[in-house]
Structure formats: structure tokens, C-alpha cells
Write a new protein. Structure first.
Length: 231
């Protein structure tokens, strides 16, 4: 049974313009995040390891701007969001339910940024009452590392207290974060962002990072930055 579905239209890799548009959206978010919110967060979690690290900050800002309902200048993440679907390729993402099991089915064509943008813009069109919780789920998806299985679903729905990767066995989170980011002390915000981007770029498979470890490394770096920004 299809529990949630998102239809995405996007330009082909060889196209001279970079575009993305939304199609059919079957996204139940009651009670939030609902199956629809789980699908959107799953799309982001699935494609985030393939996103250019230089775009992470813009993606984080975009989720907050859409949550607040502000006007979004284009393009974002190097792609233009539009209504017109003429000439674009169709992709479909689904959350499938069978008994007590949930399974994600993701389209494989198109660029990671296109699918992430589609999920985030779709969340931005949700009613105000559920939009915040769905965006929170998307941001959890941005930091997730591991399989998109029952633990991921529990994490999104709030039935799991923490992320499956604990801070190195429960040590002080600030010290853990400093170690992950190879820092001796809590730096200024600008220095922290510089170090984060530097390490993120080297962790990305497109820049020599180990593809098998990339998702875990990117998730750890992102979580470490969040901890130090809040400290």
C-alpha cells in the first residue's frame, strides 16, 4: 500500500538550465509528521550524502525560511524552483506500507539537490500547523547516518529519545564535537564554519572521501557543528 508519494519534475543532467518542479503530492501529515513528513525526511536523508558540501548552509537556511513562510529568492542550491513542468523529467518517491513494515522507494534519476529541494519545497507548502514539525523531521534527516529503517522512522516520530549514533559512548558532547572537528577549543563562529566546510569537503566522495564512510562522517561533522554553535 502506498502511504505517501511525491512526484518530482526536474531537468536532465545535460540540460543547459537547472530546474525543479513539484507534481502530485500524497502527503498525509496528521498527526505530524505523519507518513508524508516521514517520506520527505527520508528523501532528504537518502540524498544528503550526495549533496555538494558547499550547499549545506544554504539548505539549512532554506528550511528555516520556508518554515517561516518568507519569500524565497531563486535559484537555491543552484536550481530554480518553478511551476512549469514542460520539458522536465518525472521521478516518483514513495513510502510503502505492508503490515507493520515501512519501506522507502526512491527514484534514482536526477541530481541529489533536485530531490532534496523538491522535498523541502513540498514541506514549505504544508499548513502552518504541521509545517514546523515536518521541517524538524527534514532537519533530522539532514543529520541522519545509517539505514532508513525502523530506527529512522522511530527517530522521526519521536518514539526514540536519541540518534542511534551516540556521542562516542556518552562522553561530553562539546568535547566529542571538538574532536570530530579537530579543534582544541571552541572557536569563533566564522572559524567553526570554515573548519566545518573544510572537513566536509574532504569527507565528500566527490573530493576523495571514502564512499562507504561518507554518510557517517558527514552526519558526525554536521552534528558536531550544531553542538558547538549552541554551546
Amino acid at each position: 500500500m502506498i502511504l505517501a508519494e511525491l512526484e518530482v519534475f526536474h531537468s536532465r543532467p545535460i540540460a543547459p538550465t537547472r530546474r525543479v518542479a513539484l507534481g502530485r503530492q500524497n502527503l498525509s501529515v496528521v498527526p505530524a509528521p505523519g507518513f508524508g513528513g516521514m517520506l520527505l525526511a527520508g528523501i532528504v536523508a537518502n540524498f544528503i550524502p550526495l549533496l555538494d558540501p558547499d550547499l549545506f548552509d544554504d539548505l539549512d537556511r532554506l528550511t528555516l525560511q520556508l518554515q517561516e513562510g518568507v519569500r524565497i529568492p531563486q535559484p537555491r542550491l543552484r536550481y530554480r524552483f518553478q511551476q512549469d513542468r514542460v520539458g522536465l523529467t518525472r521521478s516518483v518517491h514513495q513510502l510503502i506500507g505492508g503490515g507493520e513494515d515501512l519501506e522507502f522507494e526512491f527514484a534514482q534519476n536526477g541530481a541529489a539537490a533536485q530531490h532534496i529541494l523538491a522535498a523541502v519545497y513540498s514541506a514549505g507548502q504544508l499548513p502552518v500547523g504541521s509545517r514546523g514539525q515536518v521541517m524538524d523531521g527534514i532537519r533530522k534527516g539532514m543529520r541522519w547516518s545509517g539505514a532508513l529503517d525502523g530506527r529512522f522512522v522511530s527517530h522521526l516520530s519521536g518514539r526514540e529519545r536519541g540518534h542511534p549514533r551516540s556521542h562516542a559512548g556518552g562522553q561530553d558532547p562539546v568535547q566529542w564535537a571538538l574532536g570530530v572537528l579537530d579543534l582544541g577549543e571552541v572557536p569563533s563562529r566564522s572559524s567553526l564554519q570554515h573548519q566545518f566546510r573544510h572537513l566536509l569537503r574532504h569527507a565528500h566522495p566527490d573530493h576523495g572521501g571514502d564512499r562507504g564512510d561518507a554518510a557517517q562522517r558527514i552526519a558526525d561533522l554536521t552534528e558536531a557543528r550544531r553542538i558547538l554553535l549552541a554551546s
